[in-house]
Design a protein around this ligand. Structure first.
Ligand code: GRG
Length: 306
């Protein structure tokens, strides 16, 4: 293992641990000002789907893109936790019978299987709204305009022109609303999965009040990272192992989905990942060695096994 890879693995574990602790606090039964009650069934469901699981890759990129600018760790972690809440909500809703109808997530029964559809819908809604509560908190940055920029960017990454829009394009491509609609895989995936990862990268630039060039560098890096992540996901669906994935492989093929692999073939998809890694590396050159952990993160994403 190279020094950068070992450092990366150590920091990923640390962020996962810190995120877990912070989410447990944010999802505690303690009431916030203006809240009337935190119903037990809702809180238990939100905790079931957010705690004890996941690589915490999105908080990790927030923390590491922020570290480049010396942003306080606690502030970056809060933004990372907000982003993870959005990610966990998307997984809960994606697993519902009306969407992907999945029984297994992170090696455990999906939330609607463990509880029921109504509880799962509401737990997702609770996580989505909590994310926007977190990202506006005073502790994140003393300048309210920075918090506003973070909030607006989060809405755009997760909403109509980002993840939610990507999800409906995906369902339309599967033929859910009539005939299968033609799919622009790159655009769809940029929206559905890429937008949240890109947000994690630009969040550091926003928090760090970076120069426009530095913002652009993290934007370029984030886009390459998002696409590499998705191609790796498509490859895992073809070549992956269900035990390591914590869910069945082959789901895309069963749905007849158009993916990077169906478009480029396995070798073409692997070559595209190599090109994206080179793009990610070159985007980070502006940061010198301060970009080393993010560089290792791109390799991890491209080579991941789950
Ligand atoms: C329901 C509004 C709505 C959106 C759903 C992102 C998404 C849109 C659905 C997720 C479906 C899916 C499995 C996509 C493949 C890429 C992906 C997001 C994988 C899971 O992310 P990881 O690997 O998961 O970071 P962990 O468990 O590590 O957090």
């Amino acid at each position: 293992m190279t020094t950068a890879t070992a450092e990366f693995a150590k920091r990923l574990d640390q962020t996962a641990e810190d995120t877990e602790a912070l989410l447990a606090k944010l999802l505690s039964d303690e009431l916030l000002p203006d809240e009337i009650a935190r119903p037990k069934r809702l809180m238990d469901a939100m905790r079931y789907s957010s705690l004890n699981g996941g690589k915490r890759l999105r908080p990790f990129v927030v923390v590491e893109s922020s570290a480049v600018f010396g942003v306080p760790h606690e502030a970056a972690l809060l933004v990372g936790a907000a982003l993870e809440c959005i990610h966990c909500y998307s997984l809960i809703h994606d697993d519902l019978p009306a969407m992907d109808n999945s029984d297994l997530r992170r090696g455990r029964p999906t939330l609607h299987k463990k509880t029921d559809d109504a509880t799962a819908i509401l737990a997702g809604d609770g996580l989505l709204t909590l994310a926007f509560d977190i990202v506006t908190r005073d502790e994140i940055h003393k300048d309210a305009n920075v918090r506003l920029l973070l909030t607006r960017a989060l809405a755009r990454a997760s909403g109509i022109g980002g993840m939610v829009g990507g999800q409906i394009l995906d369902l339309a491509g599967e033929g859910r609303f009539g005939d299968r609609e033609p799919v622009d895989v790159a655009k769809l995936q940029q929206m559905k999965t890429g937008a949240l990862l890109r947000y994690g990268c630009i969040a550091g630039a926003i928090l760090g009040q970076s120069s426009p060039k530095e913002y652009q560098a993290l934007d370029d890096y984030g886009r390459a990272l998002g696409e590499a992540f998705q191609i790796a996901d498509d490859l895992l669906d073809v070549e992956g192992d269900a035990a390591a994935l914590g869910k069945p492989a082959g789901a895309d093929a069963a749905l007849g989905k158009t993916t990077f692999v169906t478009q480029l073939g396995i070798d073409g998809a692997k070559q595209r990942v190599r090109d994206l890694l080179a793009r990610a590396d070159s985007a980070l050159s502006i940061f010198g060695t301060k970009g080393d952990v993010l560089r290792a993160a791109a390799r991890f994403v491209a080579e991941r096994k789950n």
